[in-house]
Design a protein around this ligand. Structure first.
Ligand SMILES: [Zn+2]
Length: 190
């Protein structure tokens, strides 16, 4: 993600602060976002809604981002809470890309807290769903593309650009291989 936007998100939402410390075990705090800039607005919106939901509940924010990344072309936003760290966040079904998600929580949560945490799970889920229709590069409307070297959610123009780049790489590689082959043939004929 674009450096400026990364900083902006952290300024705007203190719970999103990174520390980039080598000893940090929290992947997000250590490495930050593992996705491209097209999802900035979607993530910003998600953080804003989380903030609003806490304000509505009138309690301090104890939400802890654990890892924010792209997987199988869509957003995965793993998180926990200060008293309920992120454990197993998801089980992915490799066959169809679906994923079973677990809502982090604590056995001691009272009804109010349970409700708050359930709503936050919903907010995160909506952001992840939106990523399935949002180009990860430029944020325009996109769809999941499965015929590239990597599964990606892309709009038409980013998809075309990616296709052309792959074709050019292929051509380059073929030319290089041809050159090497011809060199070998020449050497043989010497
Ligand atoms: Zn795009």
């Amino acid at each position: 993600m674009n450096k400026e936007w990364k900083l902006k998100l952290q300024m705007e939402f203190p719970f999103m602060k990174q520390n980039n410390v080598k000893e940090e075990h929290n992947i997000y705090r250590r490495w930050g976002f593992e996705c491209s800039s097209g999802w900035y607005e979607l993530l910003r919106n998600c953080c804003q809604q989380i903030t609003d939901r806490y304000a509505e509940a009138g309690v301090p924010i104890d939400f802890v981002p654990a890892q924010i990344k792209e997987k199988f072309g869509t957003l995965r936003f793993y998180y926990g809470y200060e008293d309920a760290p992120c454990g197993i966040a998801a089980i992915d079904n490799l066959w169809d890309g679906t994923s079973i998600r677990f809502e982090p929580g604590n056995e001691c949560d009272d009804e109010e807290k349970k409700k708050l945490r359930h709503d936050i799970a919903g907010i995160v889920r909506v952001a992840e769903e939106r990523s399935k229709h949002t180009c990860e590069i430029c944020s325009k409307q996109g769809i999941i593309r499965t015929d590239l070297s990597w599964i990606k959610t892309l709009c038409d123009s980013c998809y075309d650009a990616r296709k052309i780049a792959i074709e050019e790489k292929k051509k380059e590689r073929a030319e290089k291989a041809k050159e090497i082959y011809e060199e070998i043939q020449e050497k043989k004929n010497e």
